[in-house]
Design a binder for this molecule. Structure first.
Ligand code: F3S
Length: 397
């Protein structure tokens, strides 16, 4: 693999042991995937932040980099951590967990990382432009960066994204190359998804059937950014989809001609397929509501607040977002409305990466296929799928 002079100096340890370790990891990765060279990146997004997931070995590794005075070279954000940094007691978590979690975040901060912990970094200022190379981890964020923003990233691990943040480089292979960004399956919609649940299930269904594809979706004439976010999270959860195109809606779709799509495998999805999929993966009961997978935007929090104004919820309602969106929503009064109704808005964390198994929650309702996919296998929780409006109607008096 070709390295330029600066990259060689990084590998040789001229910028310190920590930088050398990061460059070595990227060279190994690049050689594994037959990358010919490195490419400079504009930003990074690092996963593997929760103490629940990385434990003491991960904590020690991150602190060791921070102690060596390693600094990130590009704008770098973090994925959700295992708790809300101010409200961990309300989540029912122990001090010993909170202390270790905060040490992880502090070590990242010392290295220059922006410590908002969210799976929607593009809503809090890590917002790459069309065509820029980045190194992002977190499946839902990666697919959004590639598909909706038109940036270029592979689906990085927490460690490779961190190594890229430190060196400002990533191996030049996979979705960084134009030839790998072409559609491989043509998804024809025979219905119009009408809410976040249907976007999520559509993504799940395509991801399950074509796990390593680049879908080109036609027949979807309009979708908000929140709906594309939800669609992408669904696509990336059941499969390894890292890039999709929606005809006339996502930025790269305009580059593909009929012949590019004509030779792709075909897959049609109708309303009945969505209904069947929901009934296959959805349980009937729930005692807790989760909204915000991926993390809620300001507009989604506004919708929840609008519905809950003057009402009361009759079961546990947890809504997840990033710290920055939380603060904006607080100023606009949305948080107070949701919490006066009995809900709890948590920031910088989520149900999958918190030590949820200790909280005595066994049955959950959500509008997210990603949550429905991971919750049963990671924390043994049963999941009902429902659209957010219906969920709120069911739990309010
Ligand atoms: Fe985000 Fe957690 Fe869902 S990281 S996409 S809220 S599983």
């Amino acid at each position: 693999m070709y390295l330029n002079r600066e990259e060689e100096r990084m590998l040789d340890g001229e910028f310190g042991e920590g930088v050398a370790k990061c460059m070595k990891l990227l060279v190994t990765l690049g050689e594994l995937f037959e990358a010919k060279e490195m490419v400079k990146i504009r930003s990074s997004h690092v996963s593997g932040v929760s103490y629940k997931n990385i434990g003491d070995p991960g904590l020690e590794l991150i602190e060791s980099f921070a102690e060596e005075n390693v600094k990130v070279k590009v704008k770098t954000t973090l994925n959700p951590m295992g708790m809300d940094r101010e409200r961990w007691k309300e989540m029912g978590l122990e001090r010993s967990f909170a202390e270790k979690q905060l040490r992880i975040v502090k070590a990242y901060e010392k290295m220059g990382v922006i410590s908002t912990c969210t799976c929607t970094p593009y809503l809090v200022g890590n917002n790459p432009k069309f065509g820029e190379h980045v190194a992002w981890a977190e499946t839902s964020a990666t697919v959004y960066a590639n598909s909706v923003l038109g940036a270029k990233t592979n689906r990085e691990s927490g460690l490779s994204a961190f190594a890229s943040a430190v060196t400002g480089r990533t191996p030049y292979y996979g979705y960084h190359l134009e030839e790998n960004r072409k559609p491989t399956v043509h998804v024809k919609l025979k219905f119009k998804p009408k809410d976040s649940l249907e976007f999520s299930v559509l993504g799940y269904l395509v991801g399950k059937n074509f796990p390593n594809s680049v879908p080109f979706i036609s027949g979807l004439h309009e979708a908000s950014l929140d709906e594309l976010k939800t669609l992408g999270a669904g696509l990336a959860s059941a499969g390894a989809i890292t890039l999709y195109h929606v005809e006339k809606l996502t930025p790269e779709s305009r580059f593909f001609r009929d012949e590019d799509v004509k030779n792709c495998e075909k897959f049609s999805v109708g309303q009945e397929d969505i209904r069947k999929t929901i009934s296959e993966i959805s349980e009937e009961e729930f005692d807790c509501v989760f909204l915000g997978c991926p993390h809620c935007s300001l507009e989604q929090l506004e919708n929840v607040a609008d519905f809950l104004r003057g009402k009361k919820v009759n079961c546990r309602l947890w809504v997840f977002t990033s710290k920055q969106v939380f603060e904006k929503a607080k100023k606009l009064g949305y948080i107070d409305i949701i919490e006066s109704a009995g809900g709890l808005v948590l920031s910088d964390t989520c149900m999958i990466v918190s030590p949820f198994e200790k909280l005595n929650i066994t049955k959950v309702v959500t509008d997210s296929c990603k949550a429905a996919y991971y919750l049963p296998s990671t924390v043994g929780v049963k999941v009902k799928l429902e659209n957010p409006r219906k969920i709120l109607e069911e739990i309010t008096v």
